[in-house]
Design a protein around this ligand. Structure first.
Ligand code: PGA
Length: 256
């Protein structure tokens, strides 16, 4: 895929009113500045509570400025049923999602997400025509042992093994080393990223939709990260939790 994917998950942030205000600002920016999304596939993953409201602001999928896509941060593998507290892929699509984020390290660490459940969720997303956005990433101690590449390949293979080339072509993989994520993380350097990205590229070639980097992306490091071989886009947390922050990153990406 030749375009760059630039997107954000808001994680467990923003009230409905804040989400709508963000969407309204971004809607105006994307409408008035089409150059910001030339060659770029922007996406936003709000909390599930705000997805439908954000979808309403941007309108029908075909009308969204810049071809913006929306997503959910997690979805169950079954289509419906007695799964208290969960939402399904069809429900997420009904509320406006195009993308299903799967296996973020916070879900693996705190919510018992396993390689088996990431695989079930990838299959559910594909069954319904959504883009699975599979997150992989190693903890600090694995990195220190020099095992980052085999670790993330294990996560990716476990979730994606056996998919047809056609199915793989809509899968997005975000490499997010755990030590680089969040307020206590530090941004990975280009040198630290080259081996894991090479390993992912070698394994999946150009068969996957895109390989993204995530973890403390900010306006200072975005251009360098996007300049890296094998990095097709950025998956951003904190720096894009305001419409202005996301806009600044789109500006940098469109200029990079
Ligand atoms: P961060 O989050 O940009 O705030 O580090 C990244 C992520 O968890 O995807």
């Amino acid at each position: 895929m030749s375009c760059r994917w630039i997107g954000t998950s808001w994680k467990m942030n923003l009230t409905l009113a804040e989400a709508e205000a963000y969407a309204q600002v971004l809607q105006r920016v994307l409408r008035s500045r089409p150059e910001l999304t030339a060659g770029i596939q922007p996406f936003i993953i709000p909390p599930a509570t705000a997805l439908a409201a954000v979808h309403r602001v941007f309108g029908d999928r075909s009308q969204r400025p810049g071809g913006l896509k929306l997503g959910v941060q997690n979805a169950h593998w079954e289509d419906s049923g007695a799964w208290t507290g969960e939402i399904s892929v069809p429900q997420a699509l009904d509320a406006g999602a195009d993308i299903v984020e799967i296996g973020h390290s916070e879900r693996r660490e705190f919510f018992n997400e396993t390689i088996r459940t990431t695989r079930l969720k990838v299959l559910a997303a594909l069954r319904h025509g959504a883009y699975p956005l599979l997150c992989v990433g190693e903890p600090q101690e694995v990195r220190e042992r020099g095992q980052a590449a085999p670790y993330i390949l294990g996560q990716a293979n476990g979730a994606l093994e056996g998919l047809s080339p056609e199915e793989l072509s809509t899968v997005l993989i975000a490499y997010e080393p755990i030590w680089a994520i969040g307020a206590s993380g530090r941004p990975a350097t280009a040198a630290e990223l080259s081996e894991p990205f090479e390993a992912l590229r070698e394994r999946f070639g150009r068969h996957v939709g895109a390989l993204l980097y995530g973890g403390s992306v900010n306006p200072q490091n975005a251009a360098e990260l996007l300049g890296m071989e094998n990095v097709d886009g950025l998956f951003i947390g904190r720096s894009a939790w305001t419409a202005e922050g996301f806009t600044e990153l789109l500006e940098l990406a469109s200029a990079a």
